[in-house]
Design a protein. Structure first.
Length: 297
């Protein structure tokens, strides 16, 4: 049942019981796709989004994602999904149950603001309060981006050329931009079209004391004139292809482009699109059914 609702205090709740083999993948997908927390109750998972176009888009992508999972796991049953209107909910507890400190890459630790962590020698601890934005490192697409950023920035800074300029498109919580800032970037610009995400990202920038390096903006990527040595876009295949020209134009000569949020069967289409913009494929990394691409101008 889908009820049309309006008002900032109303939401659409999407509730399902993901089969065991794909439960974690579905939870991660819903967190990233809806830009909200999820509620975990027993074997049920409930995600929240705004009514109207946002809910309709999420439903369409969720069903498409589940069909892709069925191709990988033919034994999966048909998706049973309940869609209903609900009042404003408090997602804080749901996030706290799901988000725990994570060790990513060689030296990165991502932790929520409500958890303590005593970092070991050489560790870089990033503190993230996700609010209702996405990006905690739980999702394979985010984790793969962090791995690649860690290696790229180490490689660039070791050449003694100074820290690179980094553009983070679809910054969400700001996690990727903050990682880049902590790894030696000289300037980081985080872009997002969601005002809530921008507020959360700005707070996380201050929380991690990288305000002198990273700024966030709601400017569309196509209106950014500056070029960057590293551009990272953790979105999804469709928006990556839609913004291929703008993303490619932001990469400086010899610079790097990191694309993530891509399913295995979407790699060829995304790679082909960006290759036509004079970007050469360098590497493809896999995390479960997700793929992250590294390209260079």
């Amino acid at each position: 049942m889908h009820q049309e609702v309006t008002g900032v205090d109303r939401w659409v709740a999407l509730t399902l019981r993901p089969p065991g083999p794909v439960r974690e993948a579905i939870i991660n997908f819903l967190i990233e796709e809806t830009s909200r927390g999820v509620r975990l109750e027993g074997d049920g998972v409930t995600a929240y989004c705004r009514p109207g176009p946002e809910a309709e888009s999420c439903l369409r992508r969720l069903r498409g994602y589940y069909r892709a999972l069925q191709e990988l796991h033919p034994e999966l049953p048909e998706l049973e999904l309940v869609v209903e209107s609900c009042a404003e909910e408090d997602w804080t507890e749901a996030w706290k149950k799901f988000f725990r400190p994570l060790r990513l890459g060689r030296a990165i630790v991502v932790k929520p603001s409500w958890e303590s962590w005593h970092g070991g020698e050489g560790q870089i601890v990033i503190e993230i309060d996700p609010g209702r934005a996405f990006g905690t490192g739980n999702h394979p697409s985010t984790a793969l981006c962090i791995e690649i950023l860690e290696e790229l920035l180490w490689r660039i800074t070791q050449k003694g050329e100074g820290g690179p300029r980094v553009l983070d498109v679809g910054t969400g919580t700001g996690i990727l931009g903050i990682v880049a800032a902590r790894l030696g970037a000289s300037r980081v610009l985080g872009l997002d079209i969601d005002p809530e995400a921008l507020q959360i990202a700005a707070a996380n920038v201050e929380r991690n004391r990288v305000g002198g390096i990273m700024t966030v903006s709601g400017t569309p990527v196509g209106r950014v004139a500056e070029k960057f040595q590293v551009v990272v876009a953790n979105l999804a295949a469709d928006p990556l292809i839609s913004h291929a020209s703008s993303l490619s134009e932001r990469v400086s000569e010899g610079g790097w482009l990191v694309l993530s949020g891509i399913l295995e069967d979407q790699v060829e289409a995304v790679m082909g699109c960006f290759s036509s913009h004079e970007l050469a494929p360098v590497e493809t990394r896999a995390g479960k059914e997700w793929r992250t691409l590294l390209l260079r101008r």
